[in-house]
Write a protein that binds this ligand. Sequence first.
Ligand SMILES: Nc1ncnc2c1ncn2[C@@H]1O[C@H](COP(=O)(O)OP(=O)(O)OP(=O)(O)O)[C@@H](O)[C@H]1O
Ligand SMILES: [Mg+2]
Length: 357
Amino acid sequence: MATILAIETSCDETAVAIVKNRQVLSSIITSQISVHQEYGGVVPEVASRQHLETINQALAQAIESAQLDWGAIDGVAATCAPGLVGALLVGLTAAKTLAIVHQKPFIGVHHLEGHIYASYLSEPFLEPPFLCLLVSGGHTSLIYVKDCGVYEILGQTHDDAAGEAFDKVARLLGLGYPGGPAIDLLAAVGNPQAFPLPEGNISLPGGGYHPYDSSFSGLKTAVLRLVQKLQQRSGNQELPVCDIAASFQASVARSLTRRAIACALDYGLNTIAVGGGVAANSGLRKHLLAAASAHNLRVLFPPLKFCTDNAAMIGTAGADHLNRGHTSPLTLGVQSRLAITDVMQLYQDLRTTYSSS
Ligand SMILES: Nc1ncnc2c1ncn2[C@@H]1O[C@H](COP(=O)(O)OP(=O)(O)OP(=O)(O)O)[C@@H](O)[C@H]1O
Ligand SMILES: [Mg+2]
């Protein structure tokens, strides 16, 4: 039963949490969205500076709110890959420093493994094997979760990630950044059948479509063409933004649901755990739950606040690794890219820097 202090700074959230295995004792998430909004997306250098300004306060708040002292903490975890290098460095350096000062083991955590582990925060008794539908700002994958640190990618996007598609479509509808929550809100009052939009199938060389891989750039272009056509037709009249949002969201939900269900059935996995920011989407939640129940499959979504980036999911993954004796050397660096299948590289040096006893 490891109690972990965890730090997440891979993109635009400065987050610190303290978790006891799968129980969240405190979670502080300081979002930088308002700072990046004027640029329409995340500016890496601005993100790093913001993390530097916020990290100490977030650490103090997380420790105070958990009402623990350092004696009760078994290890310090931080996201080390993938993500923005400057942003990752802030969290990783803070975590290593705390590990050295307080003589605790240090655990580097893969950001996407964190998103997978977010489902344990809604279902602590979940155990592999299961299928993870990972749908975030930068990734859209179907991952066979075999064990802690042992993953196989069964399907992925060939271009834009689902969250990226939400952000791009929102921008072209003039809805600002981040786009997912704005589209979700408008879609709730729009007609999802108003406009037929493509589902982004990937053709196979011998004919037919790839059952699990997806594409979202064609869908984004189809929305652009639709907007242009409607603007030409209606002149100065307002666009039916709610209907466009609802039709777009329904297409994404259909595409993700179809692939996740097919994959779970083909691989005999009866649980689909969804992770990443798009797991918060109400259209996807509704669509996937309905389809899964028709096939007797279980679907798990993380609590809403743990869909997008947070440190509780990093701590939960870190705790599982520490419980298995996986610790990272203090020489571990940050990496902008690292495949989820290479997670165990972070623990290759299995000598604990400090004894955890
Ligand atoms: N309710 C929602 N509906 C659809 N998309 C959403 C919703 N809420 C957030 N998102 C999308 O989730 C994304 C952010 O999720 P997340 O924080 O997991 O991504 P990231 O950390 O930037 O990317 P990655 O985890 O791949 O590195 C954004 O693209 C955002 O638009
Ligand atoms: Mg993320």
